[in-house]
Design a protein around this ligand. Sequence first.
Ligand code: COA
Length: 367
Amino acid sequence: MALYARITGWGMSVPEKVLTNADLSNMVDTTDEWIRSVTGIKERRIASSEETTASMATEAALQALEVAQLHPDEIDLIVVSTSSPDYLFPATACLVQDRLGAMHAGAFDLMAACTGFIFALNLASQAIRSGSIKSAVVIGAETFSRLVNWKDRNTCILFGDGAGAFVLQASQEPAGVLSAVMRSDGSGSDLLSLPAGGSRNPASLASVTNGQHYIHMNGREVFRFASRVMVQATHEAVTAAHLTLDDIQLIIPHQANQRIIESAVRGLDVPLERCMINLDRYGNTGAASIPIAACEAVQQSRLKPGDKVVLVGFGAGLTWGAAVVEWSGLIPTKAKIRPTQVRLFAHLRSFLRRLLRHVEGWIWGRS
Ligand code: COA
């Protein structure tokens, strides 16, 4: 019998601190009017010194597990899509695995920039559909505020921090990802990048002085690329699902720029009202933008069980992609997940494992 990967939980976490366009106009030579009219962004969230990609990813995942009523022990796979991981390694997903106490989960990061959530969702869904795993948590999370140059008005106005997560579970009823397209073009890798800190340009005094640890972007080229591929990828995904755009109740695009979304909507010839837009309040949260927008669409009753939705995104790489998803909702269960308890047990378990490792090391050292 065919297996499907139903989306049974969703959650989001954004920092409390709000940075408005007016605040930015005190930091760089810009105005609220310019930012609103050219990007549609009014404010974005900025992580506090205690918050990181892993902490926001964990909170979003906990919320999604609570919605799904799925215990962390039952998670087989955790994928975090991010371009702003806590470390180059270990994977942020492993930090999340530890904080959730997901003892049976494999965990890894997937980097496909702002398209990453779509890629991760598709891969996790395929793993469930193949029968190799039963459940997965897919997370998009970013702390871009630590990677932008707060003196560069071309980039610092665009980005924000946050995380969004979906829980996927095996189901025999048709639901979840119905089709997906994943595309890349590395010839455009220079258009949006963080040039230093990797193995090609390791951190050095020169790399820091030259500002190579910040996001560098050719905004105009990215704009042109994005407007084109959003339309293409949406058409391809809808056709692959044997549907037409008339069958789609909602489009959830990557939240980068209102004008890019409007241009895509014009190209697709669908009304703007069929598009979920919340970038005015969060800016571009990278791989987190689509799951955050999906959570808000559910809160606003714009996404209901049975709806077919297109998720479509683009980003550095270059990468782009789209997925058609049948929104399905919860699988009834008697389980009761309490995030506070999960956090506490995970913390305790992590502490005991560290202690055990310490004791083992001590015993081995003596023998
Ligand atoms: N405030 C005021 N003026 C600004 C500004 C700011 N924050 N940033 C740039 N400008 C100025 C420029 O200096 C330029 O001035 P000039 O004409 O005197 O040289 C003018 O505004 C136009 O700049 P330009 O870069 O051509 O603007 P644009 O219309 O292309 O808009 C972006 C810039 C970045 C908003 C737009 O290109 C964009 O959104 N691109 C896509 C970026 C993106 O989505 N990246 C993430 C992908 S996941």
